[in-house]
Design a binder for this molecule. Structure first.
Ligand SMILES: [Zn+2]
Length: 436
């Protein structure tokens, strides 16, 4: 919706004649600072006989027609020597996003990535991984025919705060082979308990070239907190902004969220209160309307991760307590226009599970779920990229679906064909991942 709306506004301002529309659109992607990744291996192609996902600003429509691409980018004119691909009347949508999971990083995680591609997720964000484990794979993830992944590497917290404790446990399970337990600080997390420690470590944190920063608030306003203090948190967010780095914040409570919003962070890596103990406590779990209004005004993103609670194995009544809280908070965010992204944070599952968890909250129509999933990549994962729309100047990446995902969201993963950067993507289980 955002992209199309801005197109429309820009075109109106330019007073474009119909003939100039195409050029203006091409310029607009650039003017907006969006970059389409070019793929020199993708030749001129015409994709005919598709029903193309079109966001009118007033909802989604599928519009019959054709698209043309060259070098992996949609172009206005059909190239003279184009290879023609007949989409057979398929519903064509932009690829989806996973805005929070940790299952794709270093060697051995190609299988997890393949499952995502099979389900139509081309863009993935890992907010906390082990830098030394991930670094050897960065060239692989940068290829046009692999999952595109955005990494924060080590998150900023304090000694033995959430990331360190978690990675010690995972190393104990035999994960991340080759990683030494003594080599976690500065690698899987950064221990910044004080402003002095932040000064000492800041240059090193930047030297790992993270795509964004992950910050941990763990009930910062309580004595038991083992996350960042308010002072350090605010200073990190301030510095990150001066370097143009986005900040994703792990948070537990409504209070943590209020601080993240007030400090001007980019996004919440969770909806607060995914655990029962906090969800039961209205004072810590109900997000005040004033905070929600501020989120909407700032464009502060929430990555809902409602699927985390489904994995907790609560009894029916306890799960209902958590889901009711999620539905209340998320419902008011939706009504206020807070940008919501799809992220599962479920290691052995995928964003498709999160879509199903969101559906179970009964807040979103199938059309709205599709829109959330399609908009997640440009919103939360690769905000600078010309992705998420099937228009001239955008990357020629799309999914051809068997049936209409607006009337049945299960159609979103009934995928006949995947095209990424202008090339047909071959994945294991090419028929899709129905029933997973
Ligand atoms: Zn996580």
């Amino acid at each position: 919706m955002r992209v199309t709306t801005i197109f429309a506004v820009t075109l109106a301002l330019l007073g474009c004649s119909p003939d100039a529309t195409t050029d203006a659109r091409e310029n607009t992607a650039e003017e907006r600072g969006l970059t389409a990744q070019v793929n020199p291996d993708a030749g001129p192609t015409a994709y005919v006989n598709g029903l193309w996902y079109t966001d009118s600003g007033n909802g989604i429509e599928f519009v019959a027609g054709e698209r043309h691409a060259n070098n992996g980018v949609f172009v206005a004119e059909r190239p003279a020597d184009a290879t023609v691909i007949d989409l057979g009347g398929a519903f064509v949508v932009p690829p989806y996003g996973e805005a929070h999971n940790h299952s794709v990083d270093g060697p051995g995680t190609e299988t997890a990535a393949a499952k995502y591609l099979a389900e139509g997720v081309f863009y993935y964000k890992n907010p906390n991984g082990i830098y030394s484990y991930t670094a050897p794979m960065l060239e692989f993830w940068a290829r046009p025919d692999t999952l595109d992944v955005s990494f924060s590497y080590g998150g900023l917290s304090i000694d033995e705060g959430h990331p360190e404790a978690l990675y010690r446990m995972l190393l104990g399970y035999g994960m991340y082979s080759g990683t030494d337990a003594d080599n976690l600080d500065g690698n899987a997390f950064h221990d910044v308990g004080t402003l002095e420690q932040l000064d000492e470590k800041w240059d090193f944190i930047l030297s790992t070239e993270p795509d964004f920063l992950k910050l941990y608030l763990l009930e910062y306003d309580t004595d038991e907190s083992d996350g960042l203090t308010e002072d350090v948190f605010r200073e990190v967010v301030r510095r990150a902004h001066t370097y143009g780095l986005r900040t994703a914040v792990h948070l537990e409570t409504a209070q943590d969220l209020a601080l993240a919003v007030d400090a001007g962070a980019t996004e919440a890596a969770h909806l607060p209160a995914y655990d029962l103990e906090i969800a039961e406590d209205e004072a810590r779990s109900r997000i005040p309307d004033g905070v929600i209004e501020k989120m909407a005004k700032q464009g502060f993103i929430v990555v809902a991760t409602t699927n985390v609670s489904q994995g907790r194995e609560y009894g029916a009544e306890d799960l209902k307590t958590v889901m009711d809280r999620q539905a209340d908070n998320l419902g008011r965010m939706k009504a206020a226009g807070v940008p919501i992204a799809v992220g599962s944070d479920s290691f052995f599952q995928t964003a498709w599970n999160e879509i199903q968890s969101l559906k179970a909250l009964d807040l979103f129509s199938d059309e709205e779920l599709l829109q959330l999933w399609v908009e997640t990549p440009a919103l939360s994962i690769f905000p600078g990229r010309a992705i998420g729309a099937l228009e001239v100047g955008y990357e020629a990446s799309f999914l051809a679906l068997d049936c209409d995902p607006m009337t049945d969201i299960a159609c979103a993963i009934k995928i006949q064909q995947r095209v990424k950067s202008g090339q047909v993507l071959e994945v294991d289980g090419n028929e899709g991942a129905e029933g997973s």
